[in-house]
Design a protein around this ligand. Structure first.
Ligand code: SP5
Ligand code: ZN
Length: 342
């Protein structure tokens, strides 16, 4: 399968994130994508190609227009207002019944984000825009070849809601691709990142033509805390088309593969025309953010099980922060998929 990659992600390199009462190095580093790219090039997976240009319309189909305008202008307005050029960090977040939206750089930073990790710097919008184009190019390749593609997106996307950044995410690449694909059939999104795909869930929550199935750390103990429980099953005509599998700390290869079996049965029952996989490998035991215990050997098994679904499949890169193991774990899933399909 071919990999779609853009070096525009190099413009998005915030230095720090705030966590556990400390400023720490930004975990969602550019070295992540470079490590994955290197591993893809060293493997026999296929070619690495640049994204095509689909423009803003397919992104606007999933995200709020004012939010996208904010992402494009936030950094310039922030620095023009005299705030720290290290990046845009809100100080007060708009929650529940707080719905006023003063038009200042500081207020907007808190209005359009849910946490302090979706840091905007000068190149963030171009990086996020290019990542969405990578996902859209992968979606187009599926339609053309009917096989599989890997969108090596950075920044990741699955925590981004219609009008909310968070969890290192700005534009929901998987949701943009899934929505584009939904024009020609039923789409299933299978999210295997360690964290719940809250943005994707929320975007498709009331729809019955896009199934969302997520396997993730129980939000009672891990980010994003407030969403991702088992009883969230969809709303309106979307009821029954959202499935969450929250898991405990220390989840092993065999336990994970058992849950993946159930998730794949959900997908098979829905009988989608295409499958989008939000591919995070922060389920790896050595991941600095995760608390699962998966070994490198689990990833080809995950890919092989997904291949058995027999659907045109778009892999969209999400999380994974053990940079030394990242290339091997990601290409493990993709190679396992190719082998499982042959
Ligand atoms: C796409 C994705 O995987 N986003 C993950 C967002 C998780 N954010 C909360 C955790 C921030 C933890 N920073 C940990 C530093 C440890 N030294
Ligand atoms: Zn994650």
């Amino acid at each position: 399968m071919n990999t779609i990659y853009s070096d525009a992600h190099l413009g998005h390199q915030p230095e720090r994130e705030f966590f556990e009462a400390h400023w720490q190095p930004f975990q969602e580093s550019a070295s992540r994508a470079e490590a994955i790219l290197r591993a893809v090039r060293e493997s026999r997976l296929g070619e690495v190609i640049p994204p095509r240009a689909f423009g803003l319309a397919p992104i606007q189909a999933v995200h709020d227009g004012a939010y996208l305008g904010y992402l494009q202008t936030a950094y310039a307005r922030w620095t023009a207002a005299g705030h720290d050029p290290a990046g845009v960090y809100g100080d007060t977040f708009a929650l529940r019944r707080m719905s006023h939206r003063p038009d200042t750089p500081m207020a907007l930073a808190g209005y359009y984000a849910m946490d302090l990790t979706a840091v905007i710097v000068a190149g963030t919008w171009l990086a996020a825009h290019a990542a969405a184009q990578c996902a859209l190019t992968g979606a187009a390749l599926l339609a053309e070849s009917g096989r599989a593609a890997f969108a090596l997106c950075r920044p990741p996307g699955h925590h981004a809601h219609r009008d909310l950044a968070g969890g290192y995410c700005f534009v929901n690449n998987a949701a943009v691709a899934a929505h584009a694909l939904s024009a020609s059939g039923k789409v299933a999104v299978l999210d295997v990142d360690f964290h719940h795909g809250n943005g994707t869930q929320d975007i498709f929550y009331a729809r019955d033509d896009v199934l969302f199935v997520s396997i993730h750390a129980d939000p009672a103990r891990q980010y994003p805390y407030f969403i991702g429980a088992r009883d969230e099953r969809g709303a309106g005509r979307g009821l029954g088309f959202n499935v969450n599998y929250p898991l405990g700390a220390g989840t092993t290869d065999d336990a994970y593969l058992g849950v993946l079996e159930s998730a794949c049965e959900d997908v098979a029952r829905f009988a989608p025309d295409v499958l989008v996989v939000s591919l995070g490998v922060d389920t790896f035991g050595g991941d600095p953010l995760g608390d699962f215990a998966l070994t490198t050997g689990a990833f080809p098994r995950i890919g092989a099980r997904i291949a058995q679904l027999g659907r045109p499949t778009l892999f969209v890169m999400e999380g994974g922060y053990a940079v030394d193991a990242l290339g091997r774990n990601v290409t493990g899933v993709l190679a396992g998929f190719e082998a499982g399909r042959a």
